[in-house]
Write a protein of this length. Sequence first.
Length: 119
Amino acid sequence: MIKGSCHCGAVRFVYPSRPAWLTSCNCSVCRRYSTWWAYAKVGEIELNAADNATIAYVQGEKTMAMHTCKTCGCTTHWISLDGDASSRMAVNFRMCEPDEVSTMKIRHFDGADTWEFLD
């Protein structure tokens, strides 16, 4: 189990295990947020935040909502908007302690063009 939180602590998460890798995406949003995503099905990640603790940003094809803490501005997670029971979400492992992520594999994903991993 790996814990993370925004800078002020208003948004916290618990990831259930050690992910096989983290994803660094170069799409127009992720490259600006400088995120390392770890994915799971909705419900597998414990998310602790008040209902109004984040601002949700929905862009482009409106397939996901990126959540940012209203207080400190950290981008903490995204949630799929497809409504399917097996929907995925991701949490930003840049919100975790450095020693927790220092040995994790980072895979680079070309979300700007090919939608393929670059490794």
